[in-house]
Design a protein around this ligand. Structure first.
Ligand SMILES: *Cc1c(COP(=O)(O)O)cnc(C)c1O
Length: 238
């Protein structure tokens, strides 16, 4: 089915407005400022015309998972106030492209990747904002640092030139109830606080990237400040 531009525009605008409402409602319940929660629009597998519509609705942060797909989009649409975030699995032969095209990388899942991003970023570009990905449910099939590994990696990553260690990211397993969804997010928040305590006053360790379309309420309860939302903005992916 081919949708008209107007249909797409109404669809995205309504989705974004419902999303703002959800964030506001749960923020009220847990006494948080909704402004402290950034929406990262996850645009993987969606076309540039939908991204432009979301941008037109005020969104400025977009998340992509696949390097080739993302580079094409960034080349065609890169207004000065847009922020492209890389959130997908990282192969080491893609770090140069990622370092030089994204202002954020959420999915740093091993030390080698951080070191390559640091070494390969062109010096004229701003520091890359980095989140360490945590394998919060200890799943064999999933990438990410264990909690122990993350604690050891922080002092190393923190000192790599060209990177700003901003925080932690996780993609927990799907869980049904709000209470169950909150458990891994609480684990991540506790780890965040533990690491933050050891940071210098001038550090910019201030970010928890957690919560997606189906569990963002639980993440807000546990102090997230970036929710990564794809489906509930752009609709289902192929
Ligand atoms: C695809 C993806 C999302 C968005 O998921 P939705 O369920 O569509 O909101 C968020 N984070 C990561 C890392 C993803 O790969």
């Amino acid at each position: 089915m081919r949708l008209t531009h107007e249909t797409k525009m109404n669809f995205i605008r309504d989705n974004i407005s419902s999303l703002h409402k959800r964030i506001k409602e749960v923020s009220g319940t847990c006494k948080r400022n909704p402004e402290s929660i950034q929406i990262l629009a996850v645009s993987k597998k969606h076309s540039l015309d939908l991204i432009k519509i979301a941008y037109g609705c005020g969104l400025r942060h977009f998340g992509e998972n696949y390097v080739q797909e993302a580079l094409g989009k960034i080349q065609d649409f890169n207004p000065p106030n847009i922020n492209w975030h890389f959130i997908g699995p990282i192969q080491s032969n893609k770090t140069r492209a990622i370092a030089n095209n994204f202002s954020w990388v959420h999915s740093v899942d091993r030390l080698k990747i951080a070191e390559r991003l640091s070494a390969q970023k062109e010096s004229s570009l701003a520091d890359i904002n980095i989140c360490i990905q945590i394998n919060v449910d200890d799943e064999k099939s999933k990438s990410g640092f264990s909690i122990k590994e993350a604690i050891n990696a922080v002092p190393v990553i923190k000192n790599l030139p060209g990177l700003k260690l901003r925080g932690l990211m996780a993609i927990p397993q799907l869980r049904q109830s709000l209470n169950e969804q909150r458990k891994p997010f609480k684990k991540l928040n506790d780890l965040f606080n533990e690491i933050a305590q050891g940071m210098d006053d001038d550090s910019c360790f201030d970010t928890l990237s957690m919560g997606m379309s189906s569990d963002l309420e639980a993440a807000i309860y546990e102090n997230t400040n970036i929710v990564r939302v794809g489906t509930d903005i752009f609709g289902p992916r192929e």
